[in-house]
Design a protein around this ligand. Structure first.
Ligand SMILES: Cc1cc2nc3c(=O)[nH]c(=O)nc-3n(C[C@H](O)[C@H](O)[C@H](O)COP(=O)(O)O)c2cc1C
Length: 201
């Protein structure tokens, strides 16, 4: 299934075609293909080139690691994410490695890395669904994540599946059109709340 964005201005096909499914096909993801997604994340820009991100990855052929990752998701997310062939946790290092002072851009940079990962996935016929709905305290414990690192998001990765494989409520959401705020609400110039002429028509 495809859910292309309905845009007011043209964007690259990869941006248009990325979306967050809950139905995944059973097909496994080739390890080399999966590695390309993390390669894309690797080349994200970051403050001071700190690269504060890390990913804990679990493929469903590694039952123990996969179950461990699933166990940190909230029930709602675990319900559908269990069918994705790959799960991951995006983690941020909160302090600069050089001097151990706080890196206020750590979350921002980790999000940027995961955004690139998502675009690379789209280019390769895969889709990514990020999740805030997980127990970050439990994740720190079960994955032995150091104190100065914070799990930011869980991630499901796989090939798009059949919406009919989902329970009714999720199926309805799966096939519903994707929506966004208008550009005029968030592209401003001069002062807060003043829509930039760039996007006003
Ligand atoms: C940081 C983050 C956390 C999210 N958390 C969840 C979640 O816990 N469960 C879920 O089903 N979707 C979650 N989503 C998916 C969003 O709901 C989805 O990206 C949004 O509705 C836009 O849809 P689209 O990605 O298909 O364009 C999350 C997305 C992001 C980026």
């Amino acid at each position: 299934m495809q859910k292309p964005a309905s845009t007011d201005f043209p964007v690259h096909d990869l941006i248009r075609d990325r979306w967050s499914p809950r139905a995944f096909a059973g097909k496994p993801v080739e390890p080399a293909l999966l590695a390309s997604l993390f390669e894309a994340a690797r080349w994200a820009p970051s403050s001071n080139n700190e690269q504060p991100w890390a990913y804990l990855v679990a493929t469903n052929d590694d039952a123990e690691n996969f179950a461990k990752t699933l166990s940190v998701l909230v029930e709602f997310n675990a319900g559908w994410a269990k069918n994705a062939p790959v799960l991951a946790l995006a983690v941020s290092r909160l302090n600069f490695q050089s001097n151990n002072t706080p890196n206020r851009n750590a979350f921002y940079d980790t999000g940027a890395a995961t955004a690139l990962l998502s675009v690379e996935a789209t280019a390769r016929g895969l889709l990514v669904h990020q999740m805030a709905g997980f127990d970050h305290v439990k994740a720190k414990l079960v994955f032995e994540i150091p104190l100065d690192c914070e799990p930011i998001a869980a991630i499901a990765i796989g090939y798009p599946g059949d919406p009919d494989s989902l329970p009714q409520k999720l199926r309805d959401r799966e096939v519903a059109p994707r929506t966004r705020k208008p550009l005029a609400e968030f592209v401003m110039s001069g002062r807060w709340g003043h829509t930039s002429p760039i996007v006003s028509r």
